[in-house]
Design a protein around this ligand. Structure first.
Ligand SMILES: [Zn+2]
Ligand SMILES: [Zn+2]
Ligand SMILES: [Zn+2]
Ligand SMILES: [Zn+2]
Ligand SMILES: [Zn+2]
Ligand SMILES: [Zn+2]
Length: 253
């Protein structure tokens, strides 16, 4: 007679599968001070989420990233649908986002025809945002207002750096005022922070576009730094050469 195997421990919480990951995931409620990052969008993990059931695996997904459609039609890329990839295309360790010019190493909305990539976070940027220091709402443009004009280049009104004509900007036509989509879009001055503390009961502070964008920056910057470190360690020579071609990331807070 075959000896009986010990019974597997009963699963206390339901696990679910997601195509992006080989292990089962379970429901996870992220706390704000956990400072964890979603493995899909690479943004700070808050609210409803999923976590890998393996204790030694840090795979985490926002519920919203778990539920992302496998294909999307995006206004920025009208000719082709974009396909959700769970890792950078062409076996690369990262891609460059066509919206913001920053790296991504998690999910991307991708067009293989055009080698077009969007961070899933950039693909869902709000079409208008409000800035503390500008009286009008700013509208998301999928290229700068200077595209195709040889006589002018677009200068970010926040950091005063040139924005390449194919990158996205937040723009006010009336004032010809515009900024990079996120590294410069999230302006909050001291005064507004104080106001936010007072308004915290309304629960809006942590979900404003500005704070989302801030979180996007922070998380992606850390991620980019880690990737660069990893690349340098893995392949010192190649990485060193590559670095010169990569867009540099700068902040002006
Ligand atoms: Zn996410
Ligand atoms: Zn795992
Ligand atoms: Zn992006
Ligand atoms: Zn395309
Ligand atoms: Zn800028
Ligand atoms: Zn304006």
């Amino acid at each position: 007679m075959a000896s009986r195997k010990p019974k597997a421990k009963p699963v206390s919480r339901q696990s679910v599968r997601h195509q992006s990951h080989s292990h089962p995931l379970r429901v996870f409620k992220a706390k704000e001070d956990d400072e964890t990052v979603c493995s899909g969008c690479e943004l700070e993990l808050t609210g409803q989420a999923f976590k890998c059931t393996k204790s030694d695996c840090d795979y985490l997904l926002h519920k919203s990233c778990f539920d992302l459609p496998g294909e999307t039609h995006h206004k920025s890329h009208k000719d082709h649908p974009l396909t959700l990839l769970y890792s950078p295309p062409d076996d690369e360790s990262f891609y460059t986002c066509n919206a913001c010019d920053q790296y991504g190493s998690g999910f991307t909305y991708h067009c293989s025809n055009c080698k077009y990539n969007l961070h899933v976070g950039c693909a869902s940027l709000p079409e208008t945002i409000e800035r503390e220091d500008h009286e009008h709402p700013l509208t998301l443009l999928y290229c700068t207002s200077c595209k195709g004009r040889e006589d002018t280049t677009f200068i970010c009104s926040a950091c005063e750096e040139t924005v390449l004509e194919d990158l996205w900007v937040y723009y006010c036509r009336e004032c010809d005022y515009g900024t990079h989509v996120y590294s410069c879009a999230a302006y909050e001055d001291q005064e507004s922070n104080e106001e936010e503390e007072e308004e915290e009961e309304e629960g809006e502070a942590s979900t404003s576009p500005a704070s989302r964008i801030k979180s996007l920056m922070k998380a992606q910057d850390e991620m980019a730094a880690m990737q660069l470190e990893a690349r340098i360690m893995n392949d010192a020579n190649e990485a060193a050469l590559d670095l010169w071609d990569q867009p540099k990331r700068r902040y002006y807070w």
